[in-house]
Design a protein around this ligand. Structure first.
Ligand code: 6PG
Length: 472
């Protein structure tokens, strides 16, 4: 058999689907999995009749690839990536290229790029989004590393990626770990939107007593609007409509209310705090998952800590797409994107990544989990001002904020009175109100810091650094 164009290590569902995608696009492939039985199983089933060969060990795998070798690793982020790199490195030759397609920490990717390039190999850290279906049919791909390494995979990834009206959903992101950083922030936004939709569901269910189908009908209306048309709204509608086959009840009501996480949302928040980027909506979504995980404590506390009885308040009518609730959802989604983009802008400066914001919006328009019609507006906003500090001050988004802020405030106030937690909605309201306030009360914080610790302060009316003996 002739040498293959492309190699894949790790036959999990994402790996299988990505290699089938590559093969469908004309790239003959070779696959390797730690357990050969898994490789055989794949070749006899989904890989049968395809231009895909199996390898029994890593030497065999490397021998079956044309040079320079292009090898995609789809293994669990963390030590497993280092282990594969160490195991395969002795067989690689100058110019060969490893691509890590998992959700790796961008700092690990920085290290690996340096480590591999010092041996004259290439290393690309590539975020891949879209779940199993996206991997097969066309994901959004976020590759980072040296430009020459990207050039070697461009023909491959631009065919494999989802296609939108202005091209494939892949671009060269930037150097080092930039591809994985962008994927991490993508996931932070993903956490935000998931929690926002969960809060909307909770209010419709608990305040209005709506059924799964009634809520799904509202989601369908939202999905037909420019502001909310998106993959996550679309699948939320499906989740809300789905019945338990055993008794025909809404299936979501049978699901344990504890959300897991694999790390990327946490990394988004930690990175943002380290870099001084405000991401309160995204942080609230992460904390929502953490609170959900302490189920036993919550059940215990429910009998001790008394809140108000849930009262009815204005969430709009199904006939008008639950207008104030829609305002809260739209602005919270806008805030999630705005915070993610601002974090990327700040990180790009801190890390010298030279991220091109319009291109990031462009490659998120298709294939990925946060794809939405709003991303076209985000792309336009950054195209008209590449230095845009915050999405919310772009004219189109500013009009949305100004028009929808009263609706968001009404929903947060009503939820507060009804004792229903809405962490993303309330964080978004505070975020917007803070962002549009020219003078915040941190002057008093500065006074306290100077009072007890002589930390000094700046004045609004004079240059320099000042200290006052406050307690004399
Ligand atoms: C994607 C997703 C995916 C992620 C899952 C799970 O873009 O396809 O972001 O990469 O791994 O959504 O994330 P959590 O388990 O942390 O929710």
């Amino acid at each position: 058999m002739s040498k293959s164009h492309f190699g894949l290590i790790g036959l999990g569902v994402m790996g299988e689907n990505l290699v089938l995608n590559a093969e469908r696009n004309g790239f003959s492939s070779v696959v390797y999995n730690r357990t050969y039985s898994k490789t055989e199983e794949f070749l006899n089933a989904r890989g049968a009749g395809k231009n895909i060969q199996g390898a029994t060990d890593l030497k065999d795998f490397v021998d079956k690839l044309e040079r320079p070798r292009r090898i995609l690793m789809m293994v669990k982020a963390g030590p497993a990536v280092d282990a594969v790199v160490d195991q395969i490195s002795p067989y690689l030759e100058e110019g060969d290229l490893l691509i890590d397609g998992g959700n790796s920490d961008y700092q690990d990717t920085e290290r690996r790029v340096q480590q591999l390039e010092s041996k004259s190999f290439g290393f690309i850290g590539m975020g891949v989004s879209g779940g199993a279906k996206g991997a097969l049919e066309g994901p959004s791909m976020m590759p980072g590393g040296t430009k020459s390494s990207y050039d070697a995979i461009e023909s491959l990834v631009s065919k494999m990626a989802a296609q939108v009206e202005d091209g494939p959903c892949v671009t060269y992101i930037g150097p080092g770990g930039s591809g994985h950083l962008v994927k991490t922030v993508h996931n932070g936004i993903e956490y935000g939107i998931e929690q926002i939709l969960a809060e909307a569901y909770d209010l419709m269910k608990r305040v209005k007593g709506m059924s799964g189908v009634q809520m799904a009908d509202v989601l369908a209306q939202w999905n037909a609007t420019e502001e909310l048309s998106s993959y996550l709204v679309e699948i939320t509608e499906v989740c809300l409509r789905t019945k338990d086959p055993d008794d025909g009840a809404d299936l979501v009501e049978k699901i344990m209310d504890q959300a897991g996480q694999k790390g990327t949302g946490l990394w988004t928040v930690v990175t943002a705090l380290q870099m001084g980027a405000p991401v309160p909506t995204i942080y609230a979504s992460l904390n929502g998952r953490v609170m959900s995980s302490i189920k036993q404590q919550r059940v215990h506390a429910e009998g001790i800590l008394k809140g108000p009885a849930v009262i009815d308040f204005d969430l709009g009518q199904p006939g008008d797409a639950m207008a104030p609730l829609m305002d809260a959802v739209v602005l919270s989604c806008v805030a999630s994107y705005a915070q993610g983009m601002e974090l990327l802008r700040i990180a790009s400066n801190d890390l010298d990544y030279s991220l091109h914001m319009p291109s990031i919006a462009q490659i998120w328009k298709g294939g990925c989990i946060i794809r939405s019609r709003l991303l076209k507006r985000i792309q336009d906003a950054f195209n008209s001002d590449p230095q845009l500090e915050n999405l919310m001050i772009d004219p189109w988004f500013a009009e949305q904020v100004n028009r929808r802020l009263p609706g968001l405030a009404k929903v947060v106030a009503g939820a507060a009175e009804a004792g229903i937690p809405v962490p993303c909605f309330s964080s978004t309201l505070d975020y917007i109100n803070s962002y549009r306030t020219g003078r915040l009360p941190q002057n008093l914080v500065q006074a306290m810091r100077d009072c007890f610790g002589s930390h000094t302060y700046k004045r609004v009316d004079q240059d320099g650094s000042f200290h006052t003996e406050w307690l004399n």
